[in-house]
Ligand binder design. Structure first.
Ligand SMILES: Cc1ncc(COP(=O)(O)O)c(C=O)c1O
Length: 491
């Protein structure tokens, strides 16, 4: 008999802020490589860490999306997958779990986050609309452009102040939001809050901020407005609220998630993160009519209402994973691992964005490689050198890769703005690596930094001659197509 959700949360004096609440049953071997091989490999792949075949990446912190290790409970559940087309048994268990998780009655399964977002944006975002957010994720930004709307990122001022010690630097700037509503309420039909804020160093959003957004919408709206939460990592956000927002210490993370959701009209989730599955997602909707509006779109884009692009076994895995992912002991351990890595970086003089919050840790590459100007991608350069040193993979989110287009004139490359920080995202595949892996990643960054000005900056390459220029609606996906070259060879 597998351990139940309740048993997993039984009172204990075992310190899960020091040790994990699980043990390992299956291991995956990795391909050993040498420094010389890695240098050759990355050279062959255009000096681009994301271009590398993953089998040559020893510790892969490029993303936490779909990279979780599943539990024995999930693998057992998968065997019970009902693969009937209509109304499979597996759907009802998942629907029940997601109704509990979100507190919303209507659930639409989707094969991953972006397909759920696609139908939501198609229905609720109209041409000419302004779509405010604390910072759109790449795909919701793209959905805005696809619907001829303007994404507006309104990250709070605390985020831009490196020294600020707030735990909620992912908030939306509610002063700006209120002003936008006062001036343009007729153009706002959809507000998106990403919790936590992936593209702003994974910083969490506070309950107070979510509540305030609700208040502003209710006070100023001039038409129907959907308040939507992008909840890929909401359980990890809930842990930070539990620890650092007054009044939540005695609540479970599940209760906190439910309260966060209670202010929203709709949520969409890439379950590949806090759902602890390798594939899956959903949309939850409070209002029946809105749910009904989305139904035909789901059938056109992803699949029938009871599977949404997923196999019955995937539905089973998610029904179990969503509750494991919001377990307080597990979340405490997840934060502990982030701290292990962030502290290992700090001890070696590798600058981190503070605080490092459950989703991952971000490196401030401008301090690690001060000789490389922002426009020449210090993050990109450090990622490449760290791979050469230790076989580790990270994602560069520096000005070169993630400089922001002007959303009212998106195809104008002259208007791309430098990023506020030259970040590297070090994401934590859930339950997949040990503390010593993370120590090694910090060590690889440290060794990379030691090369100092022998490490080259980067410039954008001309696009492949036969590649058509990206259209306005695809411009938000630029980072996937741009290519870069180093100004000289890496050491
Ligand atoms: C905050 C956020 N929203 C949405 C998505 C899209 O999810 P998916 O990759 O499952 O389509 C991601 C993916 O990384 C994300 O980080």
């Amino acid at each position: 008999m597998r351990i139940s959700n309740e048993e997993m949360l039984a009172p204990t004096d075992i310190p899960f802020n020091q040790v994990p609440p699980y043990r390992v049953k299956v291991v995956e071997y990795t391909k050993p490589t040498t420094r010389a091989q890695r240098k050759e490999l990355i050279k062959q792949h255009n000096w681009s860490a994301p271009n590398l075949p993953a089998e040559y990446v020893y510790v892969n912190m490029v993303t936490d999306s779909g990279t979780s290790a599943m539990s024995d409970r999930q693998w057992v559940a998968m065997w019970l997958g009902d693969e009937s087309y209509f109304n499979c048994k597996s759907w009802y268990g998942l629907e029940d779990a997601l109704q509990t998780f979100t507190g919303m009655k209507y659930i639409l399964p989707s094969h991953q986050g972006r397909s759920g977002e696609g139908i939501v944006y198609e229905e609720f975002v109209k041409a000419g609309d302004l779509v405010p957010s604390n910072c759109h994720f790449t795909t919701t930004r793209a959905h805005c452009y696809y619907n001829d709307a303007i994404p507006m990122d309104m990250t709070c001022p605390e985020y831009y102040d490196e020294k600020n010690t707030s735990w909620f630097k992912g908030n939306i700037d509610t002063v700006k939001l209120e002003q936008l509503f006062k001036e343009n309420a007729d153009k706002i039909g959809f507000v998106e809050l990403v919790a936590p804020n992936n593209l702003c160093a994974g910083q969490p959003v506070s309950m107070a901020n979510i509540r305030e957004v609700r208040r502003i919408i209710d006070k100023y709206k001039k038409r129907d407005v959907i308040f939507s939460l992008d909840v890929a990592r909401i359980s990890e956000n809930a842990w930070i609220i539990k620890k650092y927002e007054a009044g939540y210490g005695d609540k479970s993370c599940l209760e906190i998630v439910q309260e966060m959701m209670s202010y929203a009209d709709l949520s969409h989730m890439s379950a590949k993160k806090c759902g602890l599955v390798n594939m899956g997602g959903f949309v939850s909707v409070r209002d029946k009519i809105n749910y009904m509006k989305l139904q035909p779109k789901l059938i056109r884009m992803d699949g029938f209402l009871t599977y949404g692009g997923l196999a019955g076994r995937d539905l089973e895995a998610l029904a179990v994973g969503i509750m494991e992912g919001v377990n307080d002991y597990y979340l405490e351990d997840k934060q502990r691992q982030c701290d292990v890595f962030a502290n290992a970086c700090k001890a070696r003089g590798v600058a981190t964005f503070n605080p490092a919050c459950t989703l991952g840790a971000w490196i401030l590459a401008e301090y690690c490689l001060p000789h490389i100007p922002k426009k020449n991608g210090p993050g990109t350069a450090l990622c490449v050198q760290a791979y050469i040193e230790g076989g580790v993979g990270f994602t560069s989110m520096d000005s070169l890769h993630r400089g922001r287009e002007d959303s009212s004139d998106p195809t104008n490359v002259e208007k791309i703005q430098l990023a506020p920080y030259e970040l590297i995202r070090c994401a934590f595949p859930r339950r997949a690596y040990t503390d010593s892996h993370y120590e090694w990643c910090a060590e690889s960054l440290y060794r990379a930094m030691q090369w100092g000005d022998k490490i080259p900056g980067y410039v954008r390459q001309k696009m492949d001659d036969i590649r058509p220029p990206l259209q306005k609606r695809d411009i938000g996906l630029r980072a996937f197509f741009d290519e870069y070259e180093p100004l000289f060879e890496h050491p």
